[in-house]
Design a protein around this ligand. Sequence first.
Ligand SMILES: Nc1ncnc2c1ncn2[C@@H]1O[C@H](COP(=O)(O)OP(=O)(O)OP(=O)(O)O)[C@@H](O)[C@H]1O
Ligand SMILES: [Mg+2]
Length: 257
Amino acid sequence: MNHKLELQHITKTYITEEGEMTALDGVNLEVKPAEFLCIIGPSGCGKTTLLRMVAGLDHPTSGTIILDGKEVKCASPDRGMVFQEFSLFPWRKVLKNVEFGLEISGMRDKERQAIAEKYIALVGLQGFENHYPYELSGGMKQRVAIARALATEPSILLMDEPFGSVDAQTRNILQEELLEIWARTKKTILFVTHSVDEAVYLADRVAVMSARPACLVKCLAVDIPRPRKRTSAEANEFRAKLLMWLSLERSKACVTV
Ligand SMILES: Nc1ncnc2c1ncn2[C@@H]1O[C@H](COP(=O)(O)OP(=O)(O)OP(=O)(O)O)[C@@H](O)[C@H]1O
Ligand SMILES: [Mg+2]
């Protein structure tokens, strides 16, 4: 079958003052078109590094990343990224934040405004177009970031713990909204999280990473019908399985998927 994204033997070594530091050590992963794939792993294992490389913002030390049949070599609007920290331009209003990628691509005023308005409505922020980021709550800021990432109509959405900084209730709401957007837009989503609960609620498959130097420990399919109940017996069972894989030592665990 055609894969949307292929990570082939990805290794990343940083040169630091203390010497070489291997963050990722031979990560192999294949993502299907329109798949919702969560990546979970301990802090510092290289999840952000991996996403940045798929975005083309950083490069593997060795290995190849193939998106839509082409090797990823640099950043491009066909990859929308939502970052771990709020990353809006504070001096731009909501509309102008969402228009940003379209502006860079040289699209004309009226056209990009119409597209930005469409995505602002999709994330439920109609009426806030002329607000500055400081006038928004954390959850609203992340909705703007999602609208901005979607506005360039990327073929894949890369999300780095996008709901990590919001309260539990807002996080649940944002997760539900994201699933609706995913169902409507049929985007492929690569979603990094620390949260086992979040992965079980959102993902088609969960890729479990080991501690650094990180490899992929296991890819688990979440065979729970949607819409999912957060506390169903099958969700609890899957959570336990995921926790078991997360607790394995790297040396015992690394696999080639
Ligand atoms: N530019 C850099 N230079 C040197 N080391 C780096 C650089 N970027 C990341 N690292 C190191 O690479 C490792 C992986 O970092 P990364 O940010 O990808 O982890 P993470 O899995 O996203 O962690 P978290 O869950 O805390 O966000 C860490 O040890 C980090 O210190
Ligand atoms: Mg990170």
